[in-house]
Design a protein around this ligand. Structure first.
Ligand SMILES: Cc1cc2nc3c(=O)[nH]c(=O)nc-3n(C[C@H](O)[C@H](O)[C@H](O)COP(=O)(O)OP(=O)(O)OC[C@H]3O[C@@H](n4cnc5c(N)ncnc54)[C@H](O)[C@@H]3O)c2cc1C
Length: 475
């Protein structure tokens, strides 16, 4: 039997498939589309996602096809220099179009042995004590032990589960697409600069060969947001907002997005889980959605694998919701706040000016950048050491670096004392003794997602914490 069916082969589903394969889980990804759309929604990876790629040995592949950027804040259109002292060894983002990210994650999932079935749409599901039965659009059925809905904002899985998706509906809509523009580039640049003084939802970014990525506020909110706009609608809105339509023609793709913020009430119902846009939608302000989804997958992958492989302690799989739901809620909140800052009315303009001044305080810039890049995420693992619940940044070791040791996705005890032991858990947890000067603790126990599960120096205390994350000691 298949262990896990992943519905949806977007960034979240592909990342999850790879994480599961690291632990030998038999995984099938069902992707409705026969071919990728090529639509570049997500524009890049923030620092925490860059770290994830490094943790799994994928960073070189991304560096080869992307450009580093160091922009602080990225909040509500207020751009500032990168802050000092952000807690990461990767103080930058990567500008990489979403189709490229998807291609690299797809290649990786295939290399690790995931089966990816394109042109395969999930239309039904039922679950019982032992597994999940999935109905496909071609009338066939598949059976697996678990199902994860990574099937995007209009998630069929979420709908079939009957999980509530409360939140705020869209109040504004933006048209987005790539198309040729016949107007000369200097004129386009001048118009964009002028209009963006008051309308930050407007933009035209050259993509090469006379093609532009154009964003323009729509007139209202479409009844059917799944229906793509026409090039004529673009021309009309460009003329209304910018006074010229730039001679746009020959669209590569056209789409629309709103500013709804909604979050699934539960990320788990029995043997079915939700991740990525299927679990939360919010406006693309700050470029967080793809990153959030990939990070959901990173949290869920090892926990679900532990469940499948039979060593998951009680409550481990439920900790996916407990940890990731609050993180998603905070992103919804900050993206909604950014939409207010992006407004074109005088109040919003005044607020943006004030916010820009506040961002000149290094500490504010560091706080906001830590939030948008997700390096500041800390799971509530109870009282304890300052590092507890945070992911550990990459640190230099006497030989090599920490993240070079985490490619296999196992737990890891980084031990400066040389007196500790993970005997009984050695099949799940590596033990590295290293004087590591950059570590602010005698020893840390890292989960496979790199978050600190324990910090200290006492073997008995360590033994009390290992089972919470890694199950019972081997007999
Ligand atoms: C204009 C815009 C700009 C954005 N910019 C950024 C950015 O800069 N940075 C960022 O991090 N995020 C950005 N985002 C958000 C980002 O694009 C999404 O958050 C991201 O794509 C979510 O990934 P996902 O895998 O969860 O869902 P999706 O990418 O939506 O993938 C879901 C997949 O499931 C498939 N599917 C759906 N239903 C079924 C079914 N029933 N059976 C089988 N397959 C199914 C779909 O075909 C799709 O391939 C932006 C979004 C928009 C709209």
């Amino acid at each position: 039997m298949i262990d896990v069916i992943v519905a949806g082969g977007g960034p979240t589903g592909l990342m999850l498939a790879s994480e599961l394969r690291l632990h030998g889980v038999r995984v099938v990804v069902l992707e409705r589309l026969a071919e990728p759309t090529g639509q570049s929604r997500g524009q890049g990876l923030h620092a925490r996602s860059v770290e994830l790629m490094d943790q799994r040995g994928l960073l070189d592949r991304f560096l080869a096809v992307s450009r580093k950027f160091q922009v602080g804040g990225l909040f509500g259109g207020v751009i500032k220099p990168w802050p000092d002292g952000l807690d990461t060894a990767h103080p930058y983002g990567l500008a990489v179009p979403q189709p490229v990210t998807e291609r690299l994650l797809n290649e990786r999932a295939l290399e690790l042995g995931a089966e990816i079935r394109r042109g395969s749409e999930l239309v039904g599901l039922s679950q019982d004590e032992h597994g999940v039965t999935v109905g496909l659009a071609d009338g066939t059925e598949l059976r697996s032990r678990y199902l994860v809905g990574c099937d995007g904002g209009r998630s069929t899985v979420r709908g079939l589960l009957g999980v509530g998706f409360p939140g705020e509906p869209s109040r504004v809509e933006t048209l987005l697409g790539e198309m040729e523009a016949t107007e000369d580039p200097e004129t386009i640049a001048a118009v964009v600069e002028e209009v963006r003084r008051t309308e930050l939802r407007f933009g035209a970014v050259p993509q090469g060969d006379g093609v532009y990525r154009v964003g323009v506020p729509a007139e209202g909110v479409a009844e059917d947001r799944a229906a793509a706009p026409t090039i004529e609608e673009f021309r009309r809105r460009l003329r209304a907002v910018a006074g010229t339509d730039f001679g746009v023609r020959s669209p590569r793709w056209l789409s629309r997005f709103g500013d709804a913020t909604r979050q699934a009430e539960r990320y788990r119902v029995g043997r079915v889980l939700l991740a990525g846009d299927a679990a939360h939608v919010h406006p693309p302000t700050g470029g967080q959605g793809l990153n959030l989804g990939v990070q959901d997958a990173f949290n869920l992958g090892w926990k679900l694998a532990a469940e499948v492989n039979g060593w998951a302690p009680e409550g481990l799989l439920d900790s996916y919701h407990t940890e990731r739901h609050p993180v998603g809620a905070r992103v919804l909140e900050n993206s909604r706040a950014q939409m207010t800052l992006l407004g074109s009315d005088p109040g919003a303009t005044a607020l943006r000016g004030l916010f820009s001044t506040l961002m000149d305080f290094e500490e504010v810039n560091r706080y906001v950048t830590g939030m948008i890049t997700a390096v500041a995420v800390r799971y509530d693992l109870g009282e304890g050491h300052e590092l507890l619940g945070r992911r550990l940044r990459d640190v230099r070791l006497e030989r090599g670096r920490l993240y070079e040791l985490t490619h296999g996705g196992r737990g890891l005890l980084l031990d400066r004392t040389g007196r500790l032991s993970v005997e009984g858990w050695a099949d799940r947890v590596d033990h590295v003794v290293d004087a590591c000067e950059e570590l602010d603790a005698p020893a840390v126990l890292l989960r496979p997602d790199g978050h600190v599960a324990w910090a200290g120096a006492d073997q008995r205390d360590l033994l009390a914490h290992l089972p919470r994350w890694f199950g019972a000691a081997a007999g």
